[in-house]
Design a protein around this ligand. Structure first.
Ligand code: GDP
Ligand code: GDP
Length: 453
């Protein structure tokens, strides 16, 4: 419940028209200087973008800029050796990082030279088709340069010597990282001009995403079976449904199950975020046969925060009996309060039940997402609303809504020009009434205020 509280659509600042920055993952065994290097790259620690929930404290992503280019740095420190030992654990770590990253920054301690663990990581990296930048760290002065040269033996190209601690060589290293990043994608446009509409199929593991995808792709025409993304590795699929072509985002990530592993959650979250950035509407699958999980709510919150249209698909309906249905209704009432506006479909990816209802629900959500209320109509609505229920008097004053405009769509954004601060409760009331009058089914709404004194 508390997880969901912050998802209140009203207070959400939405930035949806920018492509996600590329991801640079920093890998290497403990004590080689990864964290020091990340700090060096960031310059200062203040650039924290997120502490992804459910993640070990020290595995975080940061926003970084170099030569005017923005990227996300993922620090993969802070793991424990697993049962198979250190080398295996680090190699696993590298595999996960490779999956999520555009570029891998592999850090080795030049003063130690390459160890078995370093070689295990190099093995993984050579096999992955991702660009790798090899940092020979702890080269604090000229004397250690020769040590760096021995790291050619890792077979990953030129070791770039750097001193994370003192900053020596870090500019050249960052230049190399930038060079390895994918070309900057042109800003994506939504809607008809932007090609097929883009759907992200989301949900925690085992809710049936790949089953649904197979069902959809299997029974319908797959226009081009694989579309290489312009940035990152995700591969989208174009599927024709209901006489229209849709682009399913990052189906590679759905089909190629990310290994159940340490940190898998973290990368799943990054993937979800990046799929959301590229999509217009999210279909969030939940397993209707089980109680709603915290992770379900978190994913739904992410969709709302990203300002995307939302459809909720309750899958495995073939397993839902009368009793379960009763409990599910109660869970929806209690826990999905803030997503009441999302169209819901009860489907079974296994039997195909009601799968055909997905497309109309998606269309409804996209319509709501793009809906615009003419200013004149909006202001008639507002004055009626204020007349029927004025804002409560506070401290002898009564804030009034002077006028309103819809500042944007996808998602709808409203700006209320007021004579004083409107309480959250009143803004929620405005949102509720907007939805009653104008629909906005399947979309978060952003309501901002401009106070005129
Ligand atoms: P991590 O476990 O890979 O994240 O490594 P840390 O960043 O925590 O660094 C491990 C140790 O190496 C710390 O004591 C750092 O101060 C030290 N260290 C990191 N970079 C350098 C460097 O460039 N030169 C030297 N001499 N020490 C370094
Ligand atoms: P994903 O991890 O979200 O991609 O989930 P999968 O598609 O791999 O499905 C996980 C498990 O749930 C598999 O064993 C599926 O056969 C099963 N499953 C998926 N959809 C349904 C459904 O509608 N009904 C039932 N009974 N099982 C399903």
């Amino acid at each position: 419940m508390s997880e969901f509280q912050h998802a209140e659509a009203i207070d959400v600042a939405v930035e949806h028209d920018v492509a996600p920055p590329p991801v640079v993952a920093v890998v290497g065994r403990p004590n080689v200087g990864k964290s020091t290097l990340v700090n060096r790259i960031l310059g200062r620690r203040e650039a924290v973008v997120e502490d992804v929930p459910g993640v070990t404290r020290d595995r975080v992503a940061y926003d970084a800029t170099w030569s005017g280019r923005r990227f996300t740095v993922v620090d993969t420190g802070g793991w424990e050796p697993n049962a198979e030992g250190l080398a295996a654990a680090v190699a696993d770590q590298a595999r996960l990082a490779v999956d999520a990253a555009d570029v891998v920054l592999f850090v080795v301690d030049a003063t130690v030279g390459s160890t078995d663990t370093d070689e295990a990581v190099a093995d993984v990296l050579r096999r992955a088709k991702k660009p790798v930048v090899l940092a020979a760290n702890k080269v604090d002065d000229n004397r250690t340069e020769a040590d760096a040269a021995t790291l050619w033996s890792l077979g990953l190209g030129e070791p770039l010597s750097v001193s994370a601690l003192h900053g020596r060589g870090s500019g050249d290293l960052l230049d190399a990282v930038l060079e390895a990043l994918p070309a900057e994608a042109p800003p994506e446009t939504f809607g008809a001009a932007g090609g097929p509409r883009r759907i992200a199929l989301l949900g925690r593991p085992n809710v049936g995403k790949s089953s649904l995808l197979n069902k959809l792709a299997g029974e319908n025409r797959v226009v081009v079976d694989a579309v290489a993304g312009t940035t990152r590795d995700p591969v989208d699929e174009l599927i024709e449904l209901g006489g229209q072509t849709w682009r399913f985002i990052d189906t590679a990530g759905i089909r190629r199950r990310v290994r159940e592993n340490q940190g898998a959650d973290f990368y799943a979250t990054l993937r979800t975020r990046s799929a959301l950035e590229r999509s217009e509407v999210a279909v969030v699958l939940v397993d209707a046969s089980e109680p709603l999980a915290e992770q379900d709510l978190r994913i739904i919150s992410m969709v709302i925060e990203s300002g995307r249209a939302l459809v909720l698909a309750f899958n495995k309906w073939d397993l839902v009996d009368e009793e379960r249905r009763h409990y599910l209704d109660r869970e929806i009432d209690r826990q999905l309060h803030h997503a009441r506006w999302a169209p819901r479909v009860n489907i079974s990816a296994r039997t195909g039940r009601h799968v055909e209802k997905l497309v109309p629900a998606i269309e409804t959500a996209l319509d709501g997402w793009g809906e615009r209320v003419p200013t004149a109509r909006l202001n008639t609505f507002m004055s009626d609303l204020v007349a029927a229920r004025p804002h409560p008097v506070r401290g002898g004053k009564q804030p009034k809504i002077l006028f309103a405009t819809q500042a944007g769509v996808q998602p709808p954004k409203f700006v209320l020009f007021t004579s004083g601060f409107l309480e959250a409760g009143y803004r929620r009331f405005v949102e509720r009434r907007l939805r009653e009058d104008f629909g906005f089914e399947g979309t978060p709404i952003d309501i901002g205020m401009k106070i005129r004194e």
